[in-house]
Unconditional design. Structure first.
Length: 178
């Protein structure tokens, strides 16, 4: 007869800030909270993110030719990314619902990977940024490419999801290193 595994004990995360940085979504007692942005002035905020779906050349060629069994891979991925940006607050805990004014998802075939480069740009005039919306748009667009083309190749990889740049807000502009 096999021994029963001991129950895992809940571990309370340490709440000490890293290198003096303050985490805005953690209160003084270490509990998660939604940041109050009511006193902030609305500003125009833009964020751009990117990610890659790496695949075999044959898979890339099939998607470009429109030969995936599920249909228009890139059209579905673009639409999924736009929808995901609009629903980020329902997917990522503590994100504010935002009146997004623009979402653009661009998908470029890259024969050098081979695969697709996915980029998203999200814009809002508001009291908090849209970095998470841009990252969510890219993530879901990449996942949709995988889902739509997995009948051709299950070994595809999603890589390099990152924030490229953001403007607006108190922290000012950010641009990723090349």
């Amino acid at each position: 007869m096999a021994k029963a595994k001991p129950k895992a004990k809940a571990v309370k995360p340490k709440t000490k800030p890293i290198s003096g940085a303050k985490l805005s979504h953690i209160d003084q007692t270490g509990k998660a909270n939604m940041v109050d942005v009511s006193a902030k002035a609305p500003t125009e905020r833009v964020a751009r993110a990117e990610g890659r779906v790496i695949m075999r050349k044959e898979t890339l060629d099939a998607v470009i030719a429109g030969n995936a069994m599920k249909g228009d891979v890139l059209g579905a991925a673009r639409l999924a990314g736009i929808m995901a940006a609009k629903h980020t607050h329902g997917l990522i805990p503590l994100c504010h619902p935002l009146p997004i004014t623009k979402v653009a998802v661009d998908i470029f075939p890259e024969h050098s990977f081979p695969g697709f480069l996915v980029q998203a740009t999200v814009k809002v005039t508001g009291k908090t940024g849209v970095e998470m919306e841009a990252l969510t748009a890219v993530s879901i667009a990449c996942l949709t490419i995988y889902d739509m083309a997995k009948a051709i190749e299950k070994s595809m990889r999603i890589e390099g999801i990152r924030l490229l740049e953001k403007t607006g807000g108190k922290s000012g502009p950010y641009k990723a290193e090349a």
